[in-house]
Design a protein around this ligand. Structure first.
Ligand code: WQD
Length: 336
């Protein structure tokens, strides 16, 4: 079975390619390298000792997508490619709508042309907006979203539901990620943003590695156990395995369009993460308490029963593993 992975050299995409290859699938990657490096292809091949077909290109380029479907019989697609920085999306909404929506429309058009109607879409917990109740389950109210990035995910989910209504032979899994962190245990692949990170873990890692002076904790006056924001952090390898379970599930039965939360079901605060990171890695992470970040919510974590009952998937790694593997990647990456 051959799987096309768009955005396959990215953080979650690369870890998913490793799990696909280790599960016996063939992998074709399409990535424009706008937020990743080409040498990730080699690292995926080193980890798995398997070859990958790599195409440098953009999902918005219909000719490129058609070329892949002409040269390969694609059985299913996992669609990661898209811009994903919340803060950037507020400043550049048109760029986000253009890229994230057009790439998906172009991809689905070509999939349709080639009778390939099995799609796993990289969605996000941001489609829930500021949840009224936590933990959040898949029937929770969607929106209003708090940034254009989250809105693109919500719009794409609706587009894919409309596509299914027009042609019920489609199988579409909408995977709503909570907060993916960590790295592959080998240390070969992980999260390595080039500029100042927006997200918590890559920022902590740069402070621990003395690339940044201190962490700014965005607010300690939330209604949580220690006043700092709570999120459902999930190990990126667990998240990757959730995609394999989705694909396997398609092969067993027709699902139509289904949304699944991919989280651990546990919420940890910012200070929980900082203290755990320092303890398990025996490093210092100096921090200062700052004002809240606009658009942030107090608490967000998942109900995970549906993914377990229908996909046979649940997260297995804990916060210690996530902190250890994130730090191991930086130490290893710096040596490469
Ligand atoms: C986590 C917590 C911050 C940085 C993002 C995006 C989206 C999604 C998940 C895929 C919050 C606090 C952060 C810092 C801090 N991914 N924080 N200092 O905003 O929950 O969600 O990741 O869809 O990319 O929605 O993640 O890591 O930015 O913040 O105190 O320097 O850490 O206030 O409480 P977020 P985050």
């Amino acid at each position: 079975m051959k799987i096309l992975v768009t955005g396959g050299t990215g953080f979650i995409g690369s870890h998913t390619c490793v799990e696909l290859l280790d599960s016996g699938y063939e992998v074709v990657i399409l990535d424009n390298l706008s937020n990743s490096q080409r040498d990730v292809v080699k690292k995926i091949q080193t980890i798995t000792q398997k070859t990958v077909h790599f195409y440098e290109g953009d999902c918005c380029d219909k000719q490129m997508v058609e070329k892949i479907f002409k040269e390969h019989h694609i059985d299913a697609v996992i669609h990661f490619a898209g811009y994903k920085a919340v803060g950037e999306s507020v400043c550049k909404p048109l760029m986000y709508y253009q890229n994230n929506l057009m790439s998906t429309l172009t991809l689905c058009e070509v999939m349709n042309q080639y009778e390939c109607k099995q799609l796993v879409f990289s969605s996000s917990a941001t489609v829930y907006g500021d949840p009224e109740i936590v933990p959040i389950d898949e029937t929770s109210k969607l929106g209003p979203t708090t940034n254009p990035y989250g809105t693109t995910k919500l719009y794409i989910e609706q587009i894919l539901r409309d596509l299914y209504v027009s042609d019920p032979s489609w199988n579409i899994a909408l995977l709503r990620y909570f907060n993916p962190i960590g790295a592959h245990a080998s240390g070969f692949i992980g999260e390595s943003p080039n500029d100042i990170p927006n997200n918590l873990m890559p920022y902590i890692v740069k402070v621990a590695n003395k690339e940044l002076p201190q962490l700014h904790v965005f607010g300690n006056d939330y209604d949580t156990h220690d006043g700092t924001g709570i999120r459902d952090y999930i190990h990126v390898v667990d998240l990757a395995k959730g995609h394999i379970c989705s694909i396997n599930n398609f092969l067993l039965e027709h699902v139509g369009v289904e949304a699944y939360n991919l989280g651990t079901g546990f919420g940890y605060s910012v200070l929980d993460v900082v203290h755990t990171f320092m303890k398990v890695n025996d490093v210092d992470v100096p921090y200062v308490i700052d004002e809240r970040r606009p658009g942030d919510i107090a608490s967000c974590y998942a109900k995970t029963e549906k993914a377990y009952q229908e996909l046979g998937w649940k997260a297995e790694k804990n916060l210690n593993d996530m902190c250890k593997d994130a730090w191991n990647y930086v130490k290893h990456f710096k040596l490469q």
